[in-house]
Structure formats: C-alpha cells, structure tokens
Design a protein around this ligand. Structure first.
Ligand SMILES: Nc1ncnc2c1ncn2[C@@H]1O[C@H](COP(=O)(O)OP(=O)(O)OP(=O)(O)O)[C@@H](O)[C@H]1O
Ligand SMILES: [Mg+2]
Length: 602
C-alpha cells in the first residue's frame, strides 16, 4: 500500500489485516506495518463509535468541529489510531484467527474480537465530505408529497447531517417545527414523559386546524417534522414485562401520523426494516415502499410491500434484492406518478371489466333456465361459449390494459396531485365493484328480456317464418359482444391504430366468424345446429333494429353516469382531461418559467 504524504513523499505500508465495516459497529479498521517495522491500527468511523474508544487526542476540539460540519450537511468520519507492539499484534492475530475459523456464531465472535481490538485509540482527526444529493432529489420528494405519499427518511447518518439533508431535499421547510425524540432528550426526561409531551404538542393542533398534511405546501406554523434516532427507537420497540411497549408504539405512531415528515437517523439496517414493519402493520394498513441504494437498505427493501433499489456507487446489493431497480432517485417520480398511475388504471379496468363481461355473458344463460323448464339447454352455441372469452372479447381489453393513458405523461408529471385520485385503492373498492356488477346485471337483463319481448311477436320475418331458440341465443350473443366491446371503446381515452384495429377488428371477426360458421356445411361436424341461423337473423329488418336498440339501451346508463359525474363531481383527472381538450383546440401557448435563486430559501 503506497500513500503520498503531505510533503509529497511516498510512504509504504504493508496491509496486514482489515477489520471490515458494518453498519452496527459503524466503523472499520486496518492493521498495517510501516517500512520501519512498526505496526499500527487505523480506525475510521462515525463519531459516536470512535469517541468512546479514544483515550488521547484533542477530543473536545474535534468533537465541536465535527458537530459544526454535520450541521452544514457534511458527512463526517473520525479517524483514530494506535500502535501495536509485536506481542499485542500476535494477540490480535490470534483473536481474529480464532473468530474467523469458528464454526458456530462466527459473526458474534468476530464482533467481539473487533470490540476488543478497537479500543484505547488515539484520536487523529476528522474528515468531512460533501455528500451531494442526487439531481432533482428535492423535486422528486416534493412531488411525492403533493401526490399524498408520506415520505420518511431512514438513514444511518448522524442526526445533524441527516437534518441538513432533509432541509436540502425540502422534506423539512422553513416553517417546519422539529420535534426531537432522541437519546439525549430521553436521558433528561423519561421516554414516557417525552412521548406524552410530544403527542400533546402535535395533537393539540391537529384537532383545531385543518392542515394539509400531504401536500406539504402548508405554510402553517404547525407543520411538524419528527426526528428520532436508533437508540430511542429501540427503547420504544423494546418489549416490556407489563406489555406497555405496545402503547408506546401506538403513541409513537400517533405522533408520526400528525407530522408531515419523519426522519429516523442512526438507524441500523434491521431497525430500518423494523420501522417499515411497524408502519406496514399499523391500523391503516398503508402500502409501504422502501427505496435505497446501499447494502444497509436491503432489509427494509425486503420488508416493504414494494422495494426499489437505486443502482449506484454503493454497489448492487440493494438493486439485486429489490422488486424494481432504477438508475437514479429522480426516476421514482415518473415510475410512481406516471407508470404507477397508468398501470393502476389499467389493472383496475382489466379486473372490473372481466367481471362485467362475464356477468353479461352468464346471467342471460341463468335467466334462460327459467324459460326452458330447467332443462339445462344452453342459450348460446358451443362455438360461441368457447370463443367469447378467448377471442371475441379478449384482445380489446388486453390492449387497453397495456396501452391506456387517460391523461398525458407530461400532465401527470406536472401535476402530482392527480395521483390522489387513485390513491387508497380508489378504483378497486367495493363501491366500484358493485357498480360494475350491477351494470353487468342490467345489461344482461336488457339483452335477455329485450330479445325475449322481440321474439314474442312471432311475425318478425317478412315471410312469416319464426325464429327458433338458436336465433334467440345468437341475437342475445350478438348484442352482448357489441355492447361489451363498445363499452370498452367508451372507456378508452388513448386511441392508437392498434386500439382501432383490435376493437373494430374483434367485432368484424365476430361477424365474419358467425357468417362462416353458419354459412357453410362443415364436413367435420356431425350435426350443425347453427346452419344459416346468423344469416337468417340478419335477413330480417326488425332484428337489426332490435340489435341497435338493445345496444343503445344497455350502454345508456354508463354513458349517463359518466356525463353526470363529470359535470357534477369531476375528479382532478377529469378536470385535467377537460382542460386538455380545451387547450388542444386553442392556439398553442409557450409558458416560460424562470427560477431565481434566493438567499431566503431556508
Ligand atoms: N466505509 C466506512 N468506513 C467507516 N465508517 C463508515 C463507512 N461507511 C459509513 N461509515 C459510518 O457509519 C455510519 C453508518 O453507515 P451506514 O452505511 O449504516 O449509513 P449511511 O451510509 O450513513 O447512511 P444511509 O443509511 O443513508 O446509507 C455512517 O454515518 C458513517 O459515519
Ligand atoms: Mg451508506
């Protein structure tokens, strides 16, 4: 190992041992031998883990320096060393070797060995490096807050550094009142008192004020930010004999609910996961998402409902253990607010539409049983039964669920609050599900009884011929295929040639298939009950009229509901759609935004 010293000379060291870093110890050491044969141990790590191990050096001076640097948002590391005489070194080697080859509890033994070796150090100094935020980190966090997502920062960093970072990424603002739940405070008062005091502070205001927690835009004085450190968290989580820890947890969660931002600092990796778990199983059962870039974030990424890894300088562990890996933090915005929004809309329509079209399909068959003496006679021909879900009505919804964009990408990025329209599983709630089911039942009733009443008049054909039960079934089926496909066409906002192709293509395919299926005598069929049925039905005018009428009647309630809801209770998304339509007919306007830097930013 060669090192260039400040005089410009090269110093050579032989690297003997590495006591590797871990997030619990928060320090690492190396043992080296200089050219003169002296053996040194150099240790670097977080101030909190170095200072207690130091017996010499300008501790107070360096401590205050470190505090100052941390407040400025710099990442600080303290460095200490000690000289090892050869006998000591022998002892160290022996300890390490024994721990390394242990077959049981190796990790624990290594930790104990490190603990013994890294003590009685002489403080050398401290380093402070600027750990710059990734580009657009602040924008992204602000957008997430506007979208109604609560952002918590869980970090292994020092409290002061982490707080400065939170200010830099606008999680804390000028008006944010910081509440501290730290070990220092708990040492002064008891945990019980601190928690009650904090909860009194936050709950006093939450009752009387209508604050906008989520937008983060409130300029209200009572915008709270909570800071908690790892040691305080373990006190809260620690199970007690009298079972009171559960109460502390509830109290802690109550305080957090009333804070617009929460910062957890000096967290060990497992504590990060513990926090995620705590929130995940809290009474609101929120969906949690954890994003991180380092190995120390892996456990929380695995614990959260959605784990995202940022592929970065800190290696690939986080990305490898995540559900989604992204190259930069700023991509989270597009991922959630645009793709997340789109896919939620798509998947919810896919699910509901599948129920709907199958209710439309099966309910007439059920009703038919009352009219056929419960003889198990099918209403539709077997080919129709087989092909309804796999070819007549499959592609349009498949394409919808892959391509639909009810609002433009730019619009979703520009206005994060649109995300609130779909938050809390808004489109897959019972109310929506019941609406779709009733729509399906209504449509099925219209198909069935519409056709039934038409067939009551036995002289629908001009030549006096009567329709049979297969024509009845085919009429119901035709109206159904057209209605469910047109319903999807009404729901589609984003039309591309491929949507046109599958929607109109599916209908055309149905017509052509029916013509061929009944128009030709197929040699492989032993009997052909559909022979000429479809053509026969189309050859009579009233059937055409009936089909058009029934399709219109079945689509009408949904169209009316859409129009009324849009007019009376438009969602933010619908307002945006309407605005976009207005804008697209007006002359294009160019907006220019200029940003001036202000010394008063925080
Ligand atoms: N390679 C290292 N050598 C010595 N000390 C380190 C090293 N990496 C981190 N530390 C110290 O250990 C502390 C905890 O590190 P950890 O990786 O858990 O969190 P972090 O990197 O500070 O923050 P984050 O959790 O946001 O990644 C750091 O604040 C730092 O003081
Ligand atoms: Mg780290």
């Amino acid at each position: 190992m060669e090192i260039l010293n400040r005089d410009g000379d090269i110093e050579r060291f032989e690297l003997l041992e590495v006591l590797s870093f871990d997030s619990v110890r928060r320090r690492m050491s190396v043992i080296v031998r200089s050219t003169t044969g002296e053996i040194y141990l150099f240790c670097k790590g977080a101030d909190s883990s170095i200072f207690p191990r130091v017996i010499e050096g300008k501790v107070d001076q360096i401590r205050s320096r470190v505090e100052r640097n941390a407040v400025e948002g710099l990442r600080t590391l303290c460095v200490a060393y000690k000289r090892l005489v050869p006998e000591e070194y022998e002892g160290v080697c022996g300890l390490l070797q024994a721990a390394k080859v242990a077959l049981q509890d190796r990790e624990k033994k290594l930790a104990e060995a490190y603990e013994q070796i890294e003590k009685d150090l002489i403080l050398l100094g401290a380093t402070a490096v600027e750990d710059r935020l990734q580009e657009k980190a602040a924008d992204t966090i602000e957008a997430l807050q506007k979208a109604g997502i609560k952002v918590w920062v869980l970090t292994g960093d020092k409290m002061e550094t982490a707080a400065a970072t939170c200010y830099a990424c606008r999680l804390f603002r000028r008006g944010t009142q910081l509440l501290e739940l730290t070990t220092k405070r708990i040492e002064e008062q008891s945990l019980h008192d601190v928690l009650f005091e904090l909860s009194k502070t936050v709950l006093r205001c939450s009752g009387s004020l209508t604050r906008d927690h989520f937008s983060g835009l409130s300029t209200d004085m009572h915008d709270y930010g909570l800071i908690i450190d790892g040691a305080a968290l373990s006190l809260i989580m620690k199970p007690r004999e009298d079972g009171s820890s559960a109460n502390y947890r509830e109290l802690f969660l109550d305080i957090c609910r009333n804070c617009s931002a929460v910062l957890c600092c000096r967290m060990a990796p497992l504590q990060k996961a513990q926090i995620v778990k705590l929130i995940k199983f809290s009474k609101e059962h929120p969906i949690t998402l954890a994003i991180g870039d380092g190995a120390n974030d892996v456990s929380m990424i695995l614990e959260a409902h959605v784990g995202i890894g940022v592929i970065g300088k800190e290696g690939r562990q986080a990305a490898r253990n995540s559900d989604y890996a992204i190259p930069k933090f700023k991509h989270l915005k597009k991922m959630l607010l645009v793709h997340g929004h789109f896919y939620y809309i798509r998947i919810s329509e896919l699910v509901q539409y599948f129920f709907y079209k199958n209710v439309c399909f099966i309910f007439p068959q059920f009703l038919y049983q009352f009219f056929c003496g419960f003889s198990q006679q099918t209403l539709y021909d077997t080919a129709y039964l087989t092909l309804y879900n796999i070819s007549f009505t499959s592609l349009p919804i498949l394409l919808y669920s892959l391509m639909e964009q009810h609002v433009g990408v730019d619009m979703l990025k520009r206005d994060p609050s649109l995300y609130r329209d779909i938050a809390k599983n808004a489109l897959l709630r019972w109310r929506v599900f019941i609406y779709w089911t009733f729509l399906g039942l209504f449509d099925a009733l219209v198909f069935f009884f519409g056709a039934y009443f038409m067939f009551e008049n036995t002289t629908v054909t001009s030549n006096g011929q009567m329709f049979g039960n297969w024509t009845f079934g085919t009429l119901v089926f035709t109206v159904m295929v057209f209605t469910v496909t047109l319903k999807l066409a009404l729901d589609t906002h984003y039309w591309t040639w491929i949507n046109h192709f599958v929607i109109w293509g599916s209908l055309l395919f149905y017509v052509i298939f029916s013509l061929l299926w009944g128009g030709i005598i197929w040699p492989f069929l032993s009997y052909q009950r559909m022979y000429y049925v479809f053509l026969h039905m189309l050859s009579c005018g009233p059937a055409w009229l009936g089909i058009i009428l029934l399709i219109t009647v079945s689509l009408l309630p949904d169209v009316l509901k859409k129009v009324l809801c849009r007019q009376l209770w438009p969602t933010a998304t619908e307002r945006t759609q309407a605005r976009n339509q207005c804008l697209s007919v007006e002359q294009p306007t160019v907006f220019m935004l200029s940003q001036t830097s202000s010394g008063l930013s925080f």
